[in-house]
Design a protein around this ligand. Sequence first.
Ligand code: ADP
Ligand code: MG
Length: 648
Amino acid sequence: MMSSTRERPRDALRRVFGFDDFRPGQAAVIERLLAGRSTLAVFPTGAGKSLCYQLPALLLDGLTVVVSPLIALMKDQVDALERRGVAAARLDSTLTREETQAVLERMAGGGLRLLYVAPERLSNERFLSRLRRVRVPLLAVDEAHCISEWGHNFRPEYLKVARTARDLGVGAVLALTATATPSVAEDVRRAFGIDAADHVQTDLFRPNLTLHVTPCPAAVADRVPLLLERLRAQPGPTIVYVTLQRTAEEVARALTAAGVAASAYHAGLEAPARAEVQDAFMGGALRVVVATIAFGMGIDKADIRAIYHLNLPKTLEGYVQEVGRAGRDGEPARCELLACEDDRIGLESFTYGDTPTPEAVRALVDEVLGGDEAFSVSVYDLSQAHDIRPLVVETALTYLELEGALRATGPFYAGYRLRFLRDEDEVLGRFDAGRQAFLRAVLAAGKRGRTWLTLEVGQVVAATREPRERIEAALRYLEEQGDLELQPSGLRQGLRRAPGAPAVDDLTDRLVALFRRREERDIERTAQVLRFARDPGCLVAHLLAHFGEAGRAPCGRCTSCRAPSSVPRAIPASPAPRLDDAAAALVAALRAEGHAALRLPRQLARFLCGLTSPATSRARLGRDPRFGRLSHVPFGEVLAFVEGRPPG
Ligand code: ADP
Ligand code: MG
């Protein structure tokens, strides 16, 4: 009965979305999904991947669940769908408890077609038990390359997404990504059980993009004149990508001083400032955005005429995504990479700063597996205690889960701080005697500061003998009435130790090996970018080969095609710095001072290279004049020097 009464995809495309035709690849994907086949869609950014699940969601019976790591994009899509009259909602960390509850009720009542969730949501037992009661014909997984260790943005929680998809028994999975090398595509297909025949891929590049590589000097200030020259020669909206926030600021200032309408955009700006830059750029008032990779996720501007990479990108995957923002209107666009090998040191620092010491990994595993069977942790506390960056702690916990040592039971808040916005006695006076006594007991169990009252929920439960749910419901009620301001604090992850977990030694070894492998792969990715920049052969063919399309004819327009050569392009590099007696004295002095945060060679090397860690931040060592003294030296060499080894 299904297919005979089902609206034809093309009709729904017109009726709901107002588009006349499918874009390349869309029809092939949608056809497969409607036939219940799991599918992998590899289309470049802006090619229209979302429609590949939005349209089937309207035609399939049940709820389509979309997993996406980007909260801002989820919100935009849900708003756009609602404007088109489609029942869509999202569940993410920015919703209040009541909003979450309302979404869950719509889901249970069958009133929703599409539900967007962040990947973590699929580790939440309470959510899963509700989802199991709903028919899910389609699970769409955006940014699916995150599942692959070979990918440039591996996120272990994606491995849990694949496991959950199997457990839930969803009808079909649609994995979506803008970039996938052959090994990444294979990982994604294996994880979600997708046939090679159901891998739909469109052209990686629009033919109107021209690629250039230009060797450039080491100092950013010396690159700016080159950039200005280009901006004068090539009119139109332009994005300039840089590695560091402070470079974005510096370059935007220099361009402005030279009379170009330019602004910086990076994650260090407040949200309103970022929105202002984005709006001005979209509206045409601002010609140039100088940005870190934080810019571009949701940028759908058709007439971008040029993308300049003022620094080396970290990976070819990132590079392809970034240049893919140019020329969506089909008109010619210039993509130019300024290349200097010195940039590599800064890129590699991101990687090295993440790798924890084996000692720290062991201590973390010991702490997590050494306690009660059911327990909870604060990622922040673990990060501080073991000097491991918070995201890396999360990765470690996820791995312990995947290794069968732990089971996540969901996040919760350990406490709240609150302050009354109206007179406290007046507020309490509105309630009957019983409720008033309850509220007074709750407040009495907290600690009063000058402005804020701090509540540890565990203590309040013990003092009042009331269940956690009642206490939290009362606080939220008062917040909603505008009686008080309520801030949750101390986010904790509930965990359960699994029976028969592997031994601590074993798990430590596996985690240490995992982090080492990640480091090696990231370093190799940066090497790939340099090989691309040096290639005397066609640059387009080089990229296509990297993404699995070997043997493409030369484009005839890129830097390499225009000036054919048989030797690699020379990319400038400053001479290798020498680690001399002064450096040795520096190391000796820091050791003699006995800083707890700099005890291990790796910690000391991070400090000298200017890489922050939770322990150095807490000890305020980032302000020490010696912090970053060796940041011009590759991390590997500094580490070898500190360890007294010959450099690698
Ligand atoms: P991706 O996720 O691949 O980066 P999106 O799904 O965000 O791309 O789509 C990019 C833009 O293309 C959106 O504005 C969308 O409305 C538009 N679009 C998608 N499919 C079509 C189509 N068949 N015809 C016209 N516009 C489309
Ligand atoms: Mg998308």
